[in-house]
Ligand binder design. Structure first.
Ligand code: SF4
Ligand code: SF4
Length: 266
C-alpha cells in the first residue's frame, strides 16, 4: 500500500513508480477545502478523443471548440501538432468549465482530469502521483483503490484504446528521425487528429474515397459516426506518415501512378 500520508519523502512518493496492482488512497468530493483548486492554472493537453467527447458535450463543431477553448502548438521534437486547453485569462486562470459546483462537463472531462492525482508515463506506461497530498487533500482520505480499479472507475478504457491509435503514430521511431517540417502537412495532421468535422468534409467532398479503398460499411458509418471517422483519420495518418499498411490505394489509382512514373522516366 502506498500511503500519500507519509510525511517523509514526498518527492520520492511522486517519483515512485506504480503499476496496475499498486494501491493508494484517494477520495474527492465537494466538501474538500481544496475543491476545484486543481482546475486552475494547469496545462492540460487534449487528445483527439478528449476533443470528440468535449465538443459533443458542448454541442459545438470541432472548429468552434478549437477556436474558443484551445491553443495549438507544434512540438520541435516531432512536428506533430498538439492541442492545449486554454485557461481563462483572469487572475485565477480557471479552466473554462469549472464552476462553484465543480466541473460542468464532468461526464466528458478529458483524460488528465480523469487520471488525477495519477499520471502515466508515455515511455514505459508506469503510473505515478502527479499531485502532492498537501495540495490534493483527497490523497489523505481513507478510500483505498488499486490503480486498475481506479482506471475502470474513471471510464478510462475507451480513452486509452483511442490513445493507443495515436501512440502508434506519435511514438513511431520514424517520426523522431523524420520530423514533420512542412506546414501544410502539419495542418493536415491537425485537421485529421483534432478537427474532426473538417476532416469529415475533406473525406466526403474530395476524391479521398476514390483514391483509397475504404470498406463499404466504414464509408457509410463515417457520415455520422465520429468515432469511426476518428479511426479512419488515424489509419490515414499512419499510412501517410509512417507508411503503415492501414489503408490501401485503389488499383486504378496505383496503375495511374505507375504509368505516370514510366512516362516521367521517358
Ligand atoms: S485537489 Fe484533489 S481532492 Fe481537491 S478537488 Fe482536486 S482532485 Fe479533488
Ligand atoms: S475539464 Fe473539468 S475537471 Fe478538468 S480542469 Fe476543467 S473543470 Fe476541472
Amino acid at each position: 500500500m502506498v500511503s500519500p500520508r507519509d510525511k517523509e519523502g514526498k518527492k520520492e512518493l511522486r517519483e515512485m513508480p506504480l503499476n496496475k496492482e499498486s494501491r493508494f488512497r484517494f477520495r474527492c468530493h465537494p466538501g474538500m477545502a481544496c475543491f476545484t483548486k486543481c482546475c486552475h492554472d494547469v496545462n492540460i493537453f487534449l487528445s483527439p478523443y478528449d476533443i470528440l467527447r468535449m465538443k459533443k458535450r458542448l454541442g459545438v463543431s470541432s472548429e468552434e471548440f478549437l477556436e474558443k477553448y484551445t491553443l495549438s502548438l507544434i512540438p520541435e521534437a516531432s512536428g506533430l501538432p498538439v492541442v492545449l486547453l486554454k485557461m481563462r485569462e483572469d487572475q485565477n486562470k480557471a479552466c473554462p468549465f469549472v464552476g462553484s459546483e465543480g466541473c460542468s462537463i464532468y461526464e466528458d472531462r478529458p483524460w488528465p482530469c480523469r487520471m488525477y492525482p495519477l499520471d502515466q508515463r508515455e515511455t514505459n506506461g508506469e503510473f505515478h502521483f502527479i499531485a502532492q497530498s498537501s495540495f490534493c487533500l483527497g490523497m489523505n482520505e481513507d478510500r483505498e483503490w488499486m490503480v486498475k480499479e481506479y482506471l475502470a472507475d474513471q471510464g478510462l478504457d475507451i480513452y486509452n484504446e483511442m490513445q493507443n491509435l495515436l501512440g502508434k503514430i506519435s511514438s513511431h521511431p520514424r517520426l523522431s528521425k523524420e520530423k514533420i517540417r512542412n506546414p501544410k502537412v502539419q495542418e493536415m495532421c491537425r485537421m485529421a487528429l483534432y478537427d474532426l468535422d473538417r476532416f469529415r468534409r475533406f473525406v466526403l467532398e474530395s476524391r479521398f474515397l476514390q483514391i483509397f479503398y475504404v470498406e463499404k460499411e466504414v464509408a457509410q458509418k463515417i457520415k455520422s459516426d465520429d468515432l469511426e471517422l476518428m479511426k479512419l483519420a488515424h489509419r490515414w495518418l499512419e499510412f501517410g506518415l509512417i507508411s503503415g499498411e492501414t489503408l490501401k490505394m485503389r488499383e486504378d489509382i496505383l496503375r495511374g501512378k505507375e504509368s505516370s512514373k514510366s512516362r516521367d522516366r521517358l
